[in-house]
Design a protein around this ligand. Structure first.
Ligand SMILES: [Zn+2]
Length: 248
């Protein structure tokens, strides 16, 4: 099965609990609004843990500056490449460029500036490439920027959440049958920041949907479970170094 992973940076779980489009997706997916991210609840450490299925103490990136792991580890994109499958990555926050080793991506599409407009353009570009890759990662950065500028749960933040779900709905509604979809966030936030152990920062939503995936509630999910779940959907064994578990 092909997989589309969509991550909305800084999307708090409780920010979507009553969102009409998100609710529609929750009703038809295996989902939770209480998955846990890792500490520190910052963008690059959390993404590294999502893609490498280990704690920041293992991958070594504990700030938004990438640090090569002391002991190398394969991430999700590297694992997909190892099994001769193709990945595409669409993003608008450049620090994410080190999520995979050089040579692991078939397509990397970066737009400068995590704005609402670039979120829309990234979604357009991902839609243009539907069906061409086994794994597609669409990263939407504007919700986090709105949180830092105006505050988490502010009107501007909620407006960005709303626009992000319009993009999610736009791409998912165009997917062929052979796709599974995973929708999540890297961390939440409070006031105009994140990075702490507060529940507002640490709690993330997670939705998994596709043929043969029954709707229901996921118990005890971690951001580190996402990579093992995605390779399982793709028919690839998880890396032995990974610490998370497949949720399906
Ligand atoms: Zn983030």
């Amino acid at each position: 099965m092909k997989v589309l992973l969509i991550l909305v940076d800084g999307m708090r779980a409780d920010a979507i609990a009553n969102h009409p489009v998100a609710k529609k997706y929750m009703e038809k997916s295996f989902h939770t609004l209480s998955a846990k991210t890792v500490m520190p609840s910052l963008t690059l450490p959390c993404h590294m843990s999502l893609f490498h299925s280990v704690e920041p103490t293992r991958h070594g990136t504990t700030t938004n500056t990438y640090m090569p792991p002391a002991k190398p580890i394969n991430g999700l994109f590297d694992r997909v490449r190892l099994f001769n499958k193709k990945s595409a990555f669409f993003y608008n926050w450049e620090q994410l460029r080190d999520l995979s080793k050089p040579g692991s991506l078939e397509l990397s599409y970066y737009l400068h500036g995590a704005t609402a407009v670039s979120n829309d353009k990234l979604t357009d570009e991902a839609i243009n490439h539907i069906g061409q890759h086994d794994l597609t990662f669409l990263y939407l950065g504007h919700v986090d920027a709105a949180g830092h500028d105006f505050g988490w749960m502010s009107g501007e933040y909620m407006d960005s959440i709303d626009k992000s779900w319009a993009n999610i709905d736009r791409i998912v509604s165009q997917l062929p049958e052979d796709y599974a979809v995973v929708i999540t966030a890297d961390h939440g936030g409070h006031d105009r920041t994140h990075g702490t152990e507060m529940a507002e920062d640490m709690t993330i939503p997670l939705m998994i949907m596709g043929n043969n995936i029954e709707a229901g509630v996921i118990e005890n999910a971690s951001i580190m479970d996402i990579a093992p779940t995605i390779v399982k959907l793709m028919g690839i064994p998880a890396d032995e170094e990974w610490e998370g578990k497949s949720l399906i």
